[in-house]
Write a protein that binds this ligand. Structure first.
Ligand code: BG6
Ligand code: MG
Length: 217
């Protein structure tokens, strides 16, 4: 059967978690509390709205609807400033090698991201042409761990869900891939991503023969 490969963006293709962190930290500091890198782990793969809800829980703050909306916008304006000058140097190691191999072998590739900023980021780093479909925070109603984002990506690729392979760095993303009955490949720490079918620290540990095996499975 024809296989499809689906990539998460933040933390898989580019290391944007540090910019999300800086923008959330700035907002937290303005609201009068600290936000640590460890707490930022909870934000991986999580929608912008849910991140703000968690941030307010961390700071023990409540917000009116108007404040909530204003802070969502403020965080994104700051995030956009941080990513303004992103370029190909911020692509994580060996990601282009894998994308290139899939392209050469006519394997369909999709993006499956929670971010509403996914497309401009792919454009900035020059990877947009590799993607046959892009499903992001603008196209889904249910956030990861719901499988919606990956199921929609499979549909756009014209590939059965159980013939798809998903690369994810977030626990919520691995859960979403598993719920979609796809093969989940965790990119990150083994003790965090234990639900994934396969786990690698990064793409430098993934060989072309492993990708070939996944294609032929
Ligand atoms: C995910 C990130 O990819 O996108 C989350 O891992 C982020 O940290 C989410 O909150 C939403 O991103 P954005 O760009 O729409 O605010
Ligand atoms: Mg991610």
């Amino acid at each position: 059967m024809k296989k499809g490969f689906i990539f998460d963006l933040d933390g898989v293709i580019v290391d944007t978690a540090k910019y999300h962190y800086l923008a959330w930290k700035k907002l937290a500091n303005e609201l009068g509390f600290e936000f640590t890198k460890e707490q930022n782990e909870l934000f991986k793969g999580v929608s912008r709205k849910r991140c703000l809800e968690i941030l307010l829980e961390i700071g023990n703050r409540t917000a009116t609807q108007q404040e909530f909306d204003t802070w969502m916008v403020e965080k994104n304006v700051d995030y956009l400033k941080f990513i303004e000058n992103m370029d190909a140097s911020e692509i994580l190691p060996d990601v282009p090698k894998i994308l290139e191999y899939l392209k050469e072998n006519n394997i369909p590739i999709a993006l499956g991201s929670a971010s509403k900023n996914a497309k401009p980021i792919l454009e900035k780093v020059g990877l947009l042409p590799y993607f046959d479909a892009i499903v992001d925070g603008n196209n889904v109603t249910k956030a990861k761990p719901d499988p919606e984002v990956f199921l929609l990506a499979a549909k756009h690729l014209g590939v059965n869900a159980d013939d798809c392979i998903v690369f994810e760095d977030a626990v919520a993303g691995v859960e979403a891939a598993n719920a979609a009955k796809m093969i989940s490949i965790g990119i990150g720490e083994k003790n965090i991503l234990k639900e994934a079918d396969y786990i690698f620290n990064d793409f430098t540990e993934i060989s072309i023969s492993f990708i070939q095996e996944l294609i032929e499975k």
